[in-house]
Design a protein around this ligand. Structure first.
Ligand code: PLP
Length: 376
């Protein structure tokens, strides 16, 4: 029998092997210089990422969750202030809101795109609302123009959680385009290894066009100090390692190529799975490019868990992002009335393997197994 390639959700090693020489040289240079904290690669990478996304300031930090926390601290939100977050997302945004003594107010999401939707934000606003955290989930932008207009009309801050969609571009109704993460007052991202721009450990960054906010963000991430040992505000300690910055500097040069590889893989899945009755394929919204952090299908008729098990028994991994909406999590439990879409998505979504190294053969095996399940 022919040895079959083991299928993985994400192939970080395969991706490394293609750029090994560049990465190894960049890492060796950092170790050689021994400038491990705030070495030159950190500033160089921040500048390169600012140029890539077209934003004035990129402030690196320790991880994506820190980025969200630093954003809310820099905006000077006060305990009891309400922050609107989608109920169907990763926990980080709700977590930092709660940690700072703010109140997360959960809203439902759009069924097609899984994204934060103005329709539900409008219903959630109260006199205590101070900020909205739209999450650009799975690789495409939320429809930001209505959210930004609404926020401006009500004096609310917009902090984008762009951990999953770095590289995506949003087009406003007037035809102007901008990168996700540069649309609100502050954008936050993560360089967790499996993210679209991932490093080899933890990393994150904040984006802003506002000079004064950039200064507050820098201070907040650096113990609240502008001048060493002079602490003007309560801050935290959150830095991007020089080694990680060196890795990211190399990988940023490949980001567009990575996004293309993900899009190609997604469209190939679409072609292979189009005829399968039991699932709904991902929807690309007209106002955004899609960089496919995840390729997520909706499984009909309550058969999601059975499909996942069947795939696993055929050597095919899949993941449920996310099995519980935030309001069903013990730590964040609250009234879920009106969060019906988040609930039904949590019960029906399934993410198939998605990464930059997927081959036609592997995708065909995956698609055959998915189709096979529904033919039984
Ligand atoms: C990964 C992720 C984060 C957190 O990033 P870390 O670097 O793991 O802290 C936040 N929000 C979303 C939507 C994410 O996917």
């Amino acid at each position: 029998m022919q040895e079959q390639q083991k299928i993985q959700m994400v192939d970080l090693h395969g991706q490394y092997m293609r750029i090994k020489a560049e990465i190894d040289a960049a890492i060796a240079e950092v170790i050689d210089s021994s400038a491990f904290i705030n070495g030159p690669a950190v500033g160089r990478f921040a500048l390169a990422l600012a140029q890539y996304t077209g934003v004035r300031h990129v402030i690196p930090c320790g991880n994506g969750t820190d980025a969200l926390q630093i954003a809310l601290m820099a905006l000077g939100l006060k305990p009891g202030d309400e922050v609107i977050v989608p109920a169907f997302t990763y926990v980080a945004s709700a977590e930092v809101i709660a940690l700072l003594g703010l109140r997360p107010v959960m809203v439902d999401v759009d069924r097609d795109t899984f994204n934060t939707d103005i329709r539900f934000i409008e219903e959630a606003i109260t006199p205590r609302t101070r900020a909205i955290i739209p999450v650009h989930l799975f690789g495409q932008s939320c429809d930001m123009a209505p959210i930004l207009d609404f926020a401006a009309a009500h004096g609310l801050y917009v902090v984008e959680d762009n951990a999953q969609s770095l590289g995506a571009v949003y087009t406003y109704p007037d035809g102007r385009s901008r990168h996700t993460g540069t649309l609100g007052h502050i954008g936050c991202t993560s360089f967790f290894p499996s993210k679209n721009l991932g490093c080899y450990g933890d990393g994150g960054a904040l984006f802003t066009d506002d000079d004064a906010l950039a200064e507050r963000i820098r201070m907040t991430a650096n113990h609240g100090q502008r001048v060493k040992y002079h602490h003007d505000v309560i801050g935290c300690n959150s830095r991007l390692d020089t080694l990680q910055a060196a890795v990211l500097e190399v990988k940023l040069r490949h980001l567009d190529e990575y996004s293309r590889a993900r899009r190609t893989a997604a469209h190939r899945y679409n072609a292979l799975l189009r005829g399968v009755d039991g699932i709904e394929l991902p929807v690309e919204a007209s106002y955004t490019t899609h960089v496919y952090h995840q390729y997520t299908v909706k499984v009909k008729d309550g058969r999601r868990d059975a499909l996942k098990e069947y795939l696993a028994s055929n050597g095919i991994p899949s993941m449920i992002y996310y099995p519980l909406p935030l309001h069903r999590q013990k730590a964040y439990a609250c009234d879920g009335t009106g969060l019906k879409i988040a609930e039904s998505l949590a019960d029906s979504v399934l993410s198939l393997p998605m990464h930059t190294e997927l081959t036609v053969e592997v995708q065909e095996r995956i698609a055959e197994a998915v189709a096979g399940f529904f033919k039984r």
